[in-house]
Write a protein that binds this ligand. Structure first.
Ligand SMILES: [Zn+2]
Length: 128
């Protein structure tokens, strides 16, 4: 079995689990006051935890983490896809609005020209 080893000050070490990206789930025996933020005041004892199942346990944990990451990635992908579709629809909408605006301007120009001719025609009628 895995009896806790004694640290340099003859106190039983404590089993810690790392949560860093590089060593997620790795376990080690450490100085008993490690977690109380007195890292420098103690003996600084450190020893990787080892037993025959440790590697399997780590691999299983990493597989689970990979599965979680894959699921998160899939979720993000589908979110991205629907966002992309929304952008495309908005673009289409914008294009339609631009066309409308263009058409409105064109009609306005025609009306202006028509008004000008009516005005000129009125002037002509007044003088005659
Ligand atoms: Zn110690």
């Amino acid at each position: 079995m895995n009896e806790p080893p004694l640290c340099k000050c003859e106190v039983e070490a404590i089993l810690y689990t790392l949560r860093t990206v590089e060593h997620y789930g790795w376990r080690f025996w450490g100085f008993h006051l490690y977690e109380r933020n007195v890292k420098d005041s103690g003996c600084g004892f450190f020893q990787w935890f080892s037993d025959k199942d440790e590697k399997e346990r780590l691999i299983k944990g990493q597989r689970m983490m990979i599965g979680d990451l894959q699921a998160a990635l899939d979720g993000t992908k589908s979110q991205l896809r629907s966002a992309l579709i929304e952008v495309m629809l908005k673009k289409k909408e914008l294009k339609g609005m631009k066309m409308e605006l263009y058409e409105g301007r064109r009609r306005m120009k025609i009306l202006c020209i028509l008004c000008f001719f009516l005005f000129a025609f009125n002037l002509y009628l007044i003088r005659v």
